[in-house]
Design a protein around this ligand. Structure first.
Ligand code: P6P
Length: 335
């Protein structure tokens, strides 16, 4: 009955996960344990981030990651922490990460799940104390249990996600996730080491007056994007762009708005990654009543072809994504 489902604000994450598992009579607890493993790693990374200015682990790590981006020490630490937690938890056979070119085999071949993760997105923001985030997607492996996960296990369409979420390390640290039955947000109380339900059943407003896009690249925006941006200005929208995907997404999720990272001259297929950035946020925004596309089609229907492929991202309030798309593919001229 409904009141049993409506867990009160203040419920701990552990109790929430346990109660939600009870709603799945055939659930055997592996996904619940996997979510706990991710929450544990998030607590550890949160502690590292909060100390980062103090114990000289900020700044570049002196290496470049597969993206050719200057690797920040916290990138590396977060990657190690999440992969270790997923490996030790035993539920995951294979991980793909922004920080590693190839699939990471955990050695736990009995694991039913595959995880795609951006352990610390927006890490160039770390040294200037801007909110950053972890983004993850969880898929059920397609290959037989008992062997290593395969490339096909890792390259599944977004519609096949069994869960997705993000952690935002901001003025407060929150874990926001979905398992396909709505979106719930948990706020971390460091003194107790617990996440508490603070944002039950998040729904995103159907429209809004915030647009998030890096207008520094406006000269090379597709024509339709230029027209949509002009529409936002003509509508007296607020321009809000933090330059940290999770922070921009989270604000728009709660307040309504649209985030766009289109194709640009510098990033001809957009900058954001399909498997461990876009798909997870697309699952969450759809579960919250919003929309996510690559400008042409539902983002979660994109058939992946490589682990680190990029795609344009139009995500947020349904009416704004629809509006943006209308400029991108105007109605066919009257025959
Ligand atoms: P730009 C951060 O590097 C990131 O991956 C996202 O977190 C952020 O939204 C985007 O890139 C910012 O990119 O080109 O606007 O600086």
């Amino acid at each position: 009955n409904q009141d049993r489902l409506a867990l009160p604000v203040g419920t701990t994450l552990d109790r929430f996960i346990m109660r939600k598992q009870e709603d799945f009579p055939y659930a055997t607890g592996e996904l619940s344990q996997l979510l706990r493993d991710i929450a544990l790693a998030a607590k550890i990374v949160n502690r590292e981030i909060n100390r980062s200015g103090l114990i000289d682990i900020t700044g570049a790590y002196g290496q470049q990651n597969v993206q050719g981006e200057e690797q920040q020490k916290l990138d590396v630490i977060a990657n190690i922490r999440f992969i270790r937690a997923l490996r030790n938890g035993g539920e995951v056979c294979t991980v793909i990460s922004e920080e590693d070119e190839d699939m990471i085999q955990t050695g736990k071949n009995q694991g039913k799940y595959v995880v795609a993760i951006d352990p610390l997105d927006g890490s160039s923001n770390i040294d200037v104390n801007v909110s950053i985030g972890t983004i993850f997607s969880i898929y059920r492996r397609q290959s037989a249990i008992g062997q290593e996960g395969t490339q096909e296990d890792c390259l599944q369409k977004g519609v096949h996600q069994v869960a997705a979420g993000y952690v935002i390390y901001g003025s407060s640290t929150m874990l926001v996730y979905t398992t396909g039955n709505g979106v719930n947000g948990f706020t971390y109380e460091a003194s107790l080491g617990e996440f508490f339900l603070s944002h039950p059943n998040i729904t995103t407003p159907p429209s809004g007056n915030i647009y998030s896009i890096n207008e520094g690249s406006a000269n090379s925006f597709p024509e339709g994007v230029k027209q949509f941006v002009q529409y936002c200005k003509d509508s007296s929208f607020s321009a809000r762009y933090i330059g940290s995907l999770v922070a921009d997404f989270h604000r728009n999720l709660l307040k309504g708005g649209i985030y766009i990272y289109p194709a640009t001259a510098k990033n001809t297929n957009g900058k954001l990654r399909l498997m461990y950035e876009c798909n997870a946020l697309a699952f969450i925004v759809e579960q919250a009543g919003g929309k996510a596309s690559n400008g042409q089609k539902r983002l979660m229907e994109i058939e992946p072809t490589s682990l680190h492929q990029r795609c344009p991202l139009y995500i947020g309030s349904t009416e704004l994504v629809d509006k943006a798309e209308s400029f991108l593919s105007p109605e066919p001229a009257e025959a």
